[in-house]
Design a protein around this ligand. Structure first.
Ligand code: KIV
Ligand code: NA
Length: 265
């Protein structure tokens, strides 16, 4: 199989082929996602929420991201593996940011890193790119800034924030980023940004005119009971499915139905 690269994504944008991206955090799930033919797997810091049970993405550490990333990389044959730099691993200074990115590439074997923010992180982005590490941007609702925003509601609805987002997107492209995630912003704004950029935009809650889409795998599989924001399309109800299987197992153990004659030695 031919590995998808950042260049492949560029070409896909040029010919109008949409880019599919999903999160993955472990080998088993990544194997399923890879086998289904995904273009990009994102080892998101949303692992902090869905894997570790934290309320926000802030607590997850670089060590933990390296662990998740290395598991996903072992399952990736064709997909490009992008890994989030976690909160606190790149905001301090550009040297620290570069060291964090190097750990993700070297210890986990990832193909690219993703970082939240615009011009504020320009120096770090530049330094990481200079080391030959592809960088994906992330604008709009950037969950590492949740305590600044105070809410998970739609971003950039008014003019000042929309203008800032547009210039940040252009700045990230100028610096050399290979793509940018647009999270929870008005569809019209996402379309304008997408049309203004040569690099692909990947939307989540950003409408159908982005160059690609991303969802958190647990959300789209319906494993997160009760999490149903407007932007989420649920493709399965695995919570019910898996819960039903566990209940059946418990029942079979209690009733001494399991193991049966043919399930023992
Ligand atoms: O961490 C994550 O899952 C993400 C996507 C939602 C874009 O950053
Ligand atoms: Na993230």
């Amino acid at each position: 199989v031919k590995r998808i690269t950042t260049n492949t994504l560029q070409e896909m944008k040029q010919r109008g082929e949409k880019i599919s991206m999903l999160t993955a955090y472990d080998f088993s799930m990544a194997t399923i996602v890879e086998d289904a033919g995904i273009d990009v797997m994102l080892v998101g810091d949303s692992a902090s929420n869905v894997m570790a049970g934290h309320e926000t993405t802030l607590p997850i550490t670089l060590d933990q991201m390296v662990y998740h990333a290395s598991s996903v990389v072992r399952a990736a044959k064709k997909a490009l593996v992008v890994v989030d730099l976690p909160f606190g691993s790149y905001q301090g200074n550009s040297k620290e940011a570069l060291n964090s990115a190097i750990r993700i590439m070297k210890e986990a074997g990832a193909h690219a890193v993703k970082m939240e923010g615009g011009t504020e992180i320009a120096e770090s982005v530049t330094r990481i790119l200079a080391a030959g590490i592809p960088v994906m941007g992330h604008l709009g609702l950037t969950p590492q800034s949740i305590y600044k925003f105070g809410t998970y509601t739609v971003r950039a609805k008014e003019e000042t924030e929309a203008m800032k987002l547009k210039s940040d997107a252009l700045a990230l492209q100028e610096l050399g980023c290979f793509g940018v995630v647009l999270e929870k912003i008005p569809a019209k704004l996402a379309q304008e940004v997408t049309e203004s950029l040569a690099i692909p935009t990947i939307g989540i809650g950003a409408g159908g005119n982005c160059d690609g889409q991303v969802l958190v795998i647990h959300d789209m599989l319906g494993m997160n009971k009760g999490f149903k924001p407007r932007f989420l399309r649920q493709y399965a109800n695995l919570f019910e499915e898996m819960s039903g299987a566990v209940k059946a197992y418990i029942q079979d153990v209690k009733s001494k139905d399991f193991p049966g004659e043919k399930e023992q030695y």
